[in-house]
Design a protein around this ligand. Structure first.
Ligand code: M6R
Length: 615
């Protein structure tokens, strides 16, 4: 939540910061702002709205020169999104400037204290409190900016990634993190600061990821010093070589990132199982599992924690793990799990699923499980993310960067990794026969081709979308493996088109939701051949007799549902356990087209952010 960019070096900072903010807009887009030192003075421009609005505003407001600067794109927490609450924030003296991602939880008591000492505040933000606290410490203790930041942060409760500079000492930027990501791009005598590496990829592939409770003082011509915020000890900077390219984070000819990412799924799924699924040798090889096989085999149960779409992937995994590997699984919302005093023992394995690897609740659930002695395994997409580092072991999804706020390829690749793990455990436990195991490998290997097939229904789905785009409600129904897909389909529609949608297990319909059904209610029913087909057909009959409009997701060649439904969308046949990888595709396309037709901002839906680093 919130994107941070900074630059210090010989180039003009403005274009680097503005282009960087555009790449980070997925993190929040309520407002945007920039602060530059133009050689003489501090120039600040900020506005409610997007980075494009900032460009228009800064055109009139500031000279865009200067080779030191910081910029911010905001997802509002404290204070409504308006010009005044936008970052950067300046201290009372006008000398210090800050951008911040996170929440200072004790800001009210700090603010009262500062007000009693004569400080005044323009905004409602916790960030303005922090910059004045830093200023106060700097004056009271007569210390340099870095020290003042460190002392102030030791008084703060909450989460932050910050970048601060002093207009009287503009050759230095101070940054710090706790709970929100921060990377430093290391160029030749120049440094970039960003919430992720995307803003500086075209300038350097050398990156340092700050760890929690670390701060860095970045000096032009002099380099970087990293310290622990708490005990002031020096940390050796570890420079990583980044493997991602600029093309991977651009739209590549598609109208939206979401559409690009939907179409990337065949490749993403292949990348996920490449080198792990060795069909000819009839084995699955995953280092994180092999190295910790005993933990998995001795586990009393597996607890899966996640949020949003990742939680839906966890639900699919529950079916696969229990079905194939015969191990009890509990799937928990990370936000509930962390606060409900759960029973966790050393014989539990906790699997945390997260695309971003930064979700605050999931991270907290991991820490809790670790403190109780559980073995914690991460399934993340973002390499080097906080969750990837906090877990004992893990497996990356290798989906490539996902920029669209609505998760698509993250979901299918998470299911792919989890399926590989379930199969590997099933083999080790002997709960799957050798021929069944080989059959699963073969079918899984064929999924990317089948996803390509499923994507061919795009035009047909576009027509269906046209028919239902003005509806206010949708129901999504599925059974077994496809119940979580119904939840995911409803979430996709809600988050990008703002149409109310609910997902239900098909059989639960008659325990309540059936009351909603009339001739105006579209109901998407996942009714693939394998998996309780006849039962789902009965549910469809029940809908039909109440005049609901039925959109059936069916297996190629289906006859029965075709006769009952108003529309059908076909997907290729596969194993029941793998069917979510195919049935998800038309639901992603349906929500995408409806949102586009309604003129919604598909990649940046209102009120959302890609990476939820606040609880
Ligand atoms: O990065 P994570 O997978 O931990 O994110 C979890 C959710 O915030 C995320 O899946 C969210 O629900 C998406 N917007 C769904 O499309």
């Amino acid at each position: 939540m919130c994107g941070i960019v900074g630059y210090i070096g010989p180039r003009e900072a403005y274009p680097i910061i503005v282009e960087g903010l555009k790449r980070l807009e997925y993190r929040g887009y309520d407002s945007a702002g920039i602060a530059l030192f133009d050689g003489k003075d501090l120039k600040v421009s900020k506005t409610k709205g997007k980075v494009a609005d900032l460009e228009t505003r800064s055109e009139k407001e500031i000279t865009k020169y200067g080779s030191v600067g910081i910029g911010h794109t905001r997802w509002a927490t404290h204070g409504v999104p308006n010009d005044v609450n936008s970052h950067p924030h300046i201290s009372n003296s006008g000398e210090l400037v800050i951008i911040h991602n996170g929440i200072i939880e004790n800001y009210e008591s700090l603010k009262k204290e500062l007000i009693s000492r004569g400080y005044t505040f323009k905004s409602d933000t916790d960030t303005e409190v922090l910059i004045n606290l830093i200023e106060d410490v700097k004056k009271q203790e007569n210390v340099k900016l870095g020290k003042a930041v460190q002392i102030a942060l030791n008084q703060v409760v909450g989460a932050y990634a910050i970048a601060v500079f002093d207009k009287n000492k503009p050759e230095e930027i101070v940054i710090a993190r706790l709970g929100s990501p921060l990377a430093i791009g290391v160029g030749e005598d120049e440094f970039f600061i960003a919430s992720d590496a995307s803003p500086f990829l075209e300038y350097t592939k050398n990156a340092i990821y700050l760890e929690d409770e670390e701060m860095a003082i970045i000096r032009f011509h002099k380099g970087i010093k990293i310290r622990k915020i708490k005990d002031d000890s020096l940390v050796d900077p570890y420079i990583q070589k980044l493997q991602i390219n600029l093309e991977q984070i651009e739209k590549g000819g598609f109208d939206h990132f979401m559409l690009k990412e939907i179409h990337e799924q065949p490749k993403a799924i292949t990348d996920t199982y490449r080198g792990r699924l060795l069909r000819h040798e009839a084995i699955i090889k995953m280092a994180g599992i092999e190295d910790n096989m005993k933990k998995f085999l001795n586990a009393d149960r597996i607890i899966i924690v996640a949020c949003g779409t990742s939680w839906h992937a966890g639900l699919v995994a529950e079916y696969i793990f229990e079905d194939l590997a015969r191990v009890p699984v509990e799937v928990e919302y990370a936000s509930e799990f962390r606060y409900r005093n759960p029973i966790i023992t050393e014989k539990d394995v906790l699997i945390a699923i997260s695309q971003s690897g930064e979700t605050a609740d999931t991270l907290a659930a991991i820490k809790l499980a670790k403190s109780k002695g559980a073995f914690v395994f991460g399934v993340c997409n973002v390499v080097g993310s906080s969750i990837a580092r906090e877990t004992h072991a893990g497996a990356y999804t290798h989906a490539g960067p996902e920029i669209g706020v609505a998760s698509t390829k993250a979901f299918t690749t998470q299911i792919t990794v989890l399926t590989l793990i379930a199969l590997r455990l099933a083999r080790a436990k002997g709960t799957i026969s050798s021929s069944d195991f080989r059959h699963h490998l073969l079918e899984l290997e064929m999924i990317p081709k089948k996803v390509e097939e499923a994507l061919k229904s795009d035009k047909h789905i576009q027509k269906i979308s046209e028919t239902y785009k003005d509806t206010s409600n949708f129901l999504y129904l599925g059974r077994g493996y496809n119940f979580p897909v119904a939840l995911e389909g409803a979430l996709k529609l809600k988050e990008i088109s703002y149409i109310h949608a609910e997902g239900y297990p098909a059989a639960e319909m008659k325990h309540g939701p059936i009351a909603l059904i009339d001739e105006n209610m579209p109901i998407v029913v996942i009714a693939t051949k394998k998996g309780h087909y006849e039962k789902v057909v009965s549910n469809i009959q029940e809908i039909k007799s109440r005049k609901g409009k039925i959109i059936g997701i069916v297996t190629e060649g289906d006859v029965q549902v075709k006769e009952l439904a108003d529309h059908v969308i076909e997907v290729p046949e596969t194993l029941e356990s793998l069917s979510p990888l195919l049935t998800t595709i038309p639901l992603q396309l349906l929500s995408y087209h409806i949102a586009v037709m309604l003129g919604k901002n598909v990649d940046q839906p209102r009120n959302l952010a890609k990476s939820v680093t606040v609880e």
